[in-house]
Design a protein around this ligand. Structure first.
Ligand SMILES: [Cu+2]
Length: 385
């Protein structure tokens, strides 16, 4: 007998109105009969960790799917999503932010604005700071981020092909950091080098190609720096404007978290290596556009600039109930393909998706790799009549 099919996305979204904890997501997955051994084992581990709360029936159900006969200790050994399973990964560096992070009595939640900022007029000069910051990503989860400008993702940069971007990074953090713009063609050894605390680096570049590009800290181990929040999008518009549209930026990324200390969850490098994230998010907060959708009007063209910093998984971008009339595989306005249902944006990549909103309704946009969509990679595009 095959495993139960996941519900239709509309049903999923109906059941996912609120961001919750990692444990909540796992319990939710179980409740939706998503039979995923790794998730089931993780759920069991959470249940064990959360004693004396009694395990619910859903956790018991998933235990059975793991084929262990319900023995919690043996399940741990099969749980690659658990820090307890040290047989998989040893000696990897680990964030020590949890020990230093300030408890978050007043870390406000804010929605990451998905609207593409206006195009800079002419050349662009940016001076950013790399710094640590506590970021609330949901009602009950605050993470100890390594950030650009105190934000995960970092700010969206919007420029045009051929404009000069002058960028300065000052490092306020004890850990060395750097900046790698995928929109630049430049000697990385010079421009993308790491800078220690209190020092700065400045470089200039002229984007040669339009498109949705990633930027990130490239300091080793890159996985740790990207995985801890040091990424964002630089959108390069073509010389000739594209068709008028409502333009949005979606940065999909994964969160691999350790247990919270003093209310703040550090990022977990071993979990990053295991590649089983706790959350997959558009713009840094699980399900944030379920809670507060992206709203457009019927008859409008929508252009999604989708960037995937990963660090590891693809974004199989899809809008339920819609089709993309145009997907630009490379620099817009060239490289367009038509009539697309889903296209994957690779980790480290970016792509431009367009659709005409000629039907009113509530359209979920998802990572159609639903193991990821279920972990927060889902939102609503609300088309008003
Ligand atoms: Cu860094």
């Amino acid at each position: 007998m095959p495993a139960s099919l996941p519900p239709h996305p509309h049903d999923i979204s109906d059941s996912l109105p609120k961001p919750t904890s990692r444990r909540g997501f796992l319990a939710q997955a179980s409740a939706l009969s998503l039979v995923i051994p790794g998730v089931g084992a993780a759920l069991t581990a959470c249940s064990v960790a959360d004693r004396p709360n009694p395990p619910d029936t859903s956790s018991a159900k998933v235990e059975n799917t793991a084929g262990s006969g319900g023995d919690e200790e043996s399940l741990r050994h099969h749980n690659s999503d658990s820090r307890l399973d040290s047989s998989l990964l040893k000696g990897a560096p680990h964030s020590d932010l949890s020990a230093r992070a300030v408890p978050p009595p007043n870390v406000p939640y804010h929605r990451y604005d998905p609207v593409l900022p206006p195009l800079a007029q002419g050349d662009l000069s940016l001076h950013w700071h790399a710094r640590e910051a506590s970021i609330r990503i949901s009602d009950d989860t605050v993470v100890a981020g390594w950030t650009f400008e105190g934000s995960i993702p970092g700010p969206v940069v919007h420029c045009r092909v051929g404009d000069t971007v002058e960028f300065t990074l000052t490092n306020d953090s004890a850990v060395p950091h750097s900046m790698d713009f995928h929109a630049a063609q430049i000697d990385p050894k010079t421009a993308f080098r790491s800078v220690p605390k209190g020092q700065s680096i400045t470089y200039r570049f002229k984007p040669k190609w339009a498109g949705a590009f990633m930027y990130h800290c490239g300091t080793a181990p890159v996985l740790m720096h990207i995985g801890s929040g040091m990424y964002g999008a630089i959108i390069v518009s073509p010389s000739e404007p594209l068709a008028p549209a409502r333009e949005f930026v979606l940065v999909q990324s994964e969160f691999y978290l350790a247990e919270a200390a003093a209310g703040v969850a550090a990022f977990d490098y071993q979990k990053m290596l295991s590649t089983l994230p706790d959350f997959v998010c558009f713009n840094g907060r699980p399900n944030q556009y379920i809670k507060d959708p992206i709203v457009v009007n019927v008859g409008e063209r929508v252009r999604f600039w989708v960037v995937n910093p990963g660090p590891t998984h693809p974004c199989n971008f899809h809008v339920v109930g819609e089709q993309f009339d145009t997907v630009y595989l490379g620099a817009p306005p060239g490289n367009a393909i038509r009539g697309v249902q889903t296209w994957d944006v690779a980790p480290g990549g970016g792509m431009c998706f367009e659709l005409m909103c000629d039907t009113p309704g509530e359209f979920p946009f998802v990572n159609h790799g639903f193991g990821h969509g279920q972990k927060g990679g889902i939102g609503f595009l609300l088309v008003k009549s």
